[in-house]
Design a protein around this ligand. Structure first.
Ligand code: FES
Ligand code: FE2
Length: 374
């Protein structure tokens, strides 16, 4: 693995994979990494990760297409705090603490499209830009300055087809250099879900970032279509991309280089630092946001999207088929990560060791340590 200014082209990915197949090799990193197991069970460590990294960073929140119209909003917890993201009348995405400025109730739930947000407790009403528009029985608040009681705003950036939110007054600088368009306007959001997994958020993340476990963990789901321990691994600033080829990529050897397109021949997994993953399969793409609920519990929020912009009904049907295939392997991964978490308390390992095939995980831990030290 090497740091790169730009991602490999489809042709370069194909060449690298075909060479690995011929030589029985895979991309390798420069060194082993030992991560103290204490970092997966310590409440203080998790609090430091939440406060100094997950809340300070611009963390991926949702795909842009999840907020299609003025008034489209999503309310959910991010890094343990209730957050509201909404597209304003002028088309600009805004983010706020989802907390009423009267006595702190949540003003929005789930997702939808609204002209204004009415607090369900006493009815204080806020515009999409956060301004406090209406206070019922306002005579009870003599001298109240409404301009001082708008929703508390948060820094937000819309880039590469995603919405990124920071919860800090002084966010860590966003580093998007080298990232491609991750979700395009033509992709339909067809499902949103949240599932609690019984493992530390970093254990969930690590399971996506290497192909060394494909044969052992996925003997009947992924392995028959893919390879064991054969990946292309690229660093993109603090982020990374791991390419998992399908066996059918060997057909591209006969395709002229300029015409090679790898969609359908590989799965891309993007890790968007700190806590998001984007998996791009043949016919669907999923944004996963890993929200820690405790040292050993993670809410995995998933936004599922069709690929491409052809006939919407066909795209949706292809996506559903694809997702069914992916789920067979995903359930195997969930069983692994919760088993790891159960074993952590016993103290068998003082550290976990990540090998040269697991270099995207090493990159994550190096980047996390650097962010914690800031
Ligand atoms: S807490 Fe929102 S109106 Fe009272
Ligand atoms: Fe897996």
């Amino acid at each position: 693995m090497r740091g790169m200014a730009a991602l490999l082209t489809d042709h370069e990915i194909t060449e690298r994979v075909l060479s690995h197949i011929a030589n029985r090799t895979t991309d390798v990193g420069d060194a082993l990494w030992r991560e103290p197991v204490e970092h997966y069970r310590s409440a203080q460590r998790l609090e430091a990760e939440m406060e100094r990294v997950l809340r300070r960073s611009y963390a991926a929140f949702c795909p842009s297409v999840a907020l299609p119209d003025p008034g489209s909003f999503i309310a959910r917890e991010a890094a343990g705090r209730p957050i509201l993201v909404v597209r304003d009348q002028d088309g600009v995405v805004r983010a706020f603490h989802n907390v009423c400025r009267h006595r702190g109730m949540r003003i929005a739930q789930d997702s939808g499209c609204a002209n204004a947000f009415v607090c369900p407790y006493h009815g204080w009403t806020y515009e999409l830009n956060g301004r406090l528009r209406h206070v019922p029985h306002a005579e009870g608040f003599p001298g109240l300055d409404r301009s001082q009681h708008g929703l508390a705003p948060l820094p937000v950036i819309e880039r590469h087809g995603l919405v990124f939110v920071s919860q800090a007054q002084a966010p860590a600088p966003a580093d998007f250099a080298g990232l491609p368009e991750l979700v395009s306007q033509g992709q339909q959001l067809y499902a949103t879900s949240a599932r609690e997994t019984q493992a530390n958020w970093k254990i969930v993340l690590e399971g996506f970032l290497e192909g060394y476990h494909i044969r052992a963990t996925h003997p009947e789901s992924f392995f028959p279509y893919g390879f064991d321990n054969l990946n292309v691994i690229e660093q993109i600033g603090p982020h990374s991309r791991v390419t998992f080829p399908f066996r059918r990529i060997e057909k591209l050897a006969a395709v002229p280089p300029a015409q090679r397109r790898v969609l359908g021949f590989v799965t891309f997994v993007y890790h968007i630092f700190p806590n998001a993953l984007i998996t791009v399969l043949s016919n669907h793409t999923v944004l996963l946001v890993l929200e820690p609920l405790g040292v050993d519990r993670t809410n995995v929020v998933a936004y599922s999207l069709t690929n491409g912009d052809g006939d919407p009904a066909e795209a949706l049907e292809a996506a559903t088929r694809d997702a069914h295939f992916a789920e067979s392997g995903a359930s195997e991964d969930r069983a692994v990560v919760s088993a790891i978490q159960q074993g952590i308390a016993g103290g068998a390992n003082e550290s976990f060791v990540f090998g040269r095939f697991e270099s995207a995980i090493v990159h994550f831990h190096r980047t996390l340590d650097a962010a914690l030290a800031q």
